[in-house]
Structure formats: structure tokens, C-alpha cells
Ligand binder design. Sequence first.
Ligand SMILES: NC(=O)c1ccc[n+]([C@@H]2O[C@H](COP(=O)([O-])OP(=O)(O)OC[C@H]3O[C@@H](n4cnc5c(N)ncnc54)[C@H](O)[C@@H]3O)[C@@H](O)[C@H]2O)c1
Ligand SMILES: [Zn+2]
Length: 361
Amino acid sequence: MEKIKVNLYKNSYFIYLNYSLEKIGTKIRNENIGNKVVVLSDENIYPVYGKVVKESVERIGKKVNVIIIRPGEKEKNFKTVINIIKDLVNLNINRDDLILNLGGGVISDIGGFVASIYMRGIKYVNVPTTLLAQVDASIGGKTGINMEKGKNLVGSFYQPYFVYIDFNTLLSLPYHEIKQGISEIIKYGVIKNKKIFEKVEDTDPKQIKNDYEFLIGESIKIKVSVVEKDEKEEKGLREILNFGHTLGHGIEISDVRKFSHGDAVFLGMIGESYISYKIGIGEKEIYKRIKDLGEKFKLLNSFDKIDFDKIIEFLKHDKKVKKGRLRFVLPERIGKVRIGVEVDENEVLKILKEMKNNGKN
Ligand SMILES: NC(=O)c1ccc[n+]([C@@H]2O[C@H](COP(=O)([O-])OP(=O)(O)OC[C@H]3O[C@@H](n4cnc5c(N)ncnc54)[C@H](O)[C@@H]3O)[C@@H](O)[C@H]2O)c1
Ligand SMILES: [Zn+2]
């Protein structure tokens, strides 16, 4: 068990790492928050973990209400927000009460957003149940929903009261979802901490749960240090977290049904490390080591079906290409990256096509 502090002046909070879900009630009592508690969860998660959480909070004498939504990214919209708010009104929830987000990034993004606007802001806590949410989405106070025209177009910066992580919740998570989180963990290793990367290289994918404490804890510390320096993304300091995400974003939006975020980002990391090698910033070995991890964890690591001309077109529409140049975070070595490297779009295309052809030989 470990307590990680997020220092944000009056918005500071703790992340409780490797704590048991059964004790969540005690934590709420110790923090002295929430007259009533509303658990927000989805249809996959609540049947597995809802009872434990509800009973734990009831044991400290608080009334618990439950709001359950359908699972999935497509639910992350205004309609869901309005339905949740109607439920909160019907349940007489007010600013003395607490929203408890029990679920993945979809739940913490929606629940955090609702908490930020309901009655001009009520307290919420995150209890993330996916690897991606534990290392990324539940931390940092970015909340939001999607519009038809794009992801996360509406949202707010609104920090949770605390984040409470029980690794055991990951035991029920399908492997496809686990690897979405592994992709982000690899990113943290490349940008800031080679020990994370080496641990991912050493670990047996079937036994990865034995390394959760180290991998999740160290990943969170990197995210926290970046958030602390630039809480509201005003100083450009969060850019370091974008390694793999420039290209990854293009791949993801080129076909959102085909590419999950983590898979797309993983391909992005391979492509961007190859660009780094070709323009003389990093060694080729970085590219090879990242690619090998893809093999091991069954992340997408082949560019066979990817049309880079199309990807660049998507990035242009998304205004990610400015004056014919793309902006990257590129690795100098594992654990250290260079931020804000601009490369001409034609050069990017040439390098990526070369990489794709080499991969076939
Ligand atoms: N706010 C941020 O800073 C931030 C950062 C990264 C991602 N995000 C957002 O997070 C979302 C993705 O999060 P996610 O990958 O957690 O997706 P998710 O919340 O959709 O969860 C993935 C799937 O796993 C299921 N699930 C969750 N926990 C489970 C468990 N313990 N056992 C079995 N099934 C479980 C869910 O029901 C869902 O079907 C995206 O909307 C993304 O935009 C936000
Ligand atoms: Zn990401």
C-alpha cells in the first residue's frame, strides 16, 4: 500500500495505491466527506464490484444510491450526462454529497464532468477498474465527453477528492483491455523512466500482475509530476505525454472501430521511434525494443494494413499538421525524449513508407 500525493495547492489530493475495495468506506469516513454517496458505474463493472463498494460505504452509516449506465465509449455523450443529472436531482443529491466513479476511463470522464457542473460542482472520487484508467484517465482532473464531430470536445478540469486503486479489480479485465494500459505504461517508460521499460521487457505477460505495484505506481508518479507542473495544460508541459500520440491519433481516427487507443498509440510509438532514428535523434535499437514488446504483448505492431497517406490526411483535417509540418515527441534514448520536434510531412511519409517496406523483408 502506498499513498501518492498530487500537489495542486487547494486542489491537492492523494492517490491510494493497492488498497482493498472493501475498505473504501473507511477512507470516505476518514476524509469526512459525503452525507450521501452516489456510485456511478456501468453494466459490466457494477455486478462484479458494486456490492463490495456499496456495503463498505453502508457500514460507515451512509446512504448509498447507484446509477448504472451502459458500457462503452459511445455512451460518453450529453444524453448520458443529462440522464445522470436527472437521477441526481430525483435522488436529492446536493453539494454535501459525493459521487463515486467505479469503472474505467469512460466512467471517470463522465462522472468527473457531471461532478464539475452539477450544482456548480460537487465532490467526487475515482475508483478506477481498468489498467488504462489506473495509470492515466483517473488522474489529472481532465473530464469530458464526446461530440459526433470529435472525442473529448466538451469537458472541464476538475480534480477528484481522492483516487482509490485496488489492483484486484484488474483480475476480471479482459486481456484486450489490459494491453491498452500496457501501451501507456510503455510510453511512460520511454519518456521518463527506463526502469519501467526494462521491467515490461523482463515480465512474463501471464504474470504481469506480480509487477503491477511497480509498473502502476511508477507510471502514476510520472503522470502526477507532469500534472503538477501544468494542471490545466496552459504551459505546454503536458506535451511530453504525447509520445506515440501524434501518429497514434491519426491511426485511431482513421478508423475508430478498428483501432483501440492503446493499439493505435503503440503503432504510433513504433513509427515515431523510427522517425527519431532516421532524423538522427535516437538509436535504431529503441525502435527495435519497442517493436519487440508489441510482439510479446500482442499489441498491434505491423503496419501492413496502414495507409500512411490517409493517416497524414486525417491529421491535416484535425489541424495536427501546421504549415506542412508535424510536431513530435521523439526518444533520444529509453527514458529520455525530445519535445516539440517538427518534421516536414513529406519527410515523415517517406520515412514511414521505408519502415513499412523494411518490415516486409
Ligand atoms: N481524462 C483523462 O485524462 C483520460 C486519459 C486517458 C483516457 N481517457 C478516456 O478514458 C476512456 C477509456 O478508458 P478505458 O480504457 O478504461 O475504457 P472503458 O471505461 O470503456 O472500459 C473498457 C471496458 O472494460 C470494462 N471494464 C472496466 N473495468 C472492468 C473490470 N475490472 N473487469 C471487467 N470489465 C471491466 C468496461 O465496462 C468497458 O467495457 C476514453 O474515453 C478516453 O478518452 C481519459
Ligand atoms: Zn493515450
